[in-house]
Design a protein around this ligand. Sequence first.
Ligand SMILES: [Fe+2]
Ligand SMILES: [Fe+2]
Length: 283
Amino acid sequence: MTYTPVHEPARSGEFPTGVSMQPREFSFTDLESIPQYWNLDNPVLTHFENAFSIMIPPGERFFIESVRHYRGRVTDAEGRELIRAFVQQEDLHGRAHDAFNESCERFGIDIERQRRYAERTFARVAKLLPAKVRLGITVFSEHLTAVGAHTLLTNEDAASEMDPQMLEFWRWHAAEELEHKSVAFDLFHKVGGGYFTRMISVLVSVLFLAVPMVRIARGMMRDDPHQPTRDERKEAVAFQRKILRQQAPMLLAYFSPRFHPWQIDDTEMLQDWYRTGTLEPVG
Ligand SMILES: [Fe+2]
Ligand SMILES: [Fe+2]
């Protein structure tokens, strides 16, 4: 077993039946044995996923702080428990990604430099933007991760050629992202966040976070002595296009003023993940 429940679960009466937030600790069986190009054996796809992984620890801390900022406005026991479990899950995700990221140093990639750049990026966003937009960025990021999680847990293509340890790692993170996908969204509405701020936050997220992620991926590709071949680049673009086509309806759903994360029902795939991990569903 590589994931162990470490805190009490939490759930809301608004969650679908059989879904609860269980913070679990993930530990790799053997980090050193993960191949450099763990994602479809493709350097471009792997460097982009690794860049995402570099953004995750400071990103999770940013999300935690954006939610914590409004903790005083949540007075009911259930709401406070959801925030507690959200913070615990995101904190554990950040730690596991730190462990994985550090292990990539062995391929000659300057991880420390990229890590510091990602830290500075989130620190700048935290300093420049008001609390409501910071929470809006969290809400949008949670939607993106939930859509990614949905793809990973349902799409055999996305999973079939991934290194087994990495697949297990990302599936653990994906499942917990689905469990808590409505927490920041519901908090945003509870504290008066409206459609306009939610949309502004999309724009800000793209400008402040997507651009740095591409820069990190490029930096890591520059450090790598193996430069991607034309075929590897073509394969990466074709794969990404295919995934994006599958994700488009879920991504676009966010732009409806009536959107709510649980409109996309992930209950079944969560139940599947509980079953394959022989985990007892809670709630
Ligand atoms: Fe997370
Ligand atoms: Fe999350």
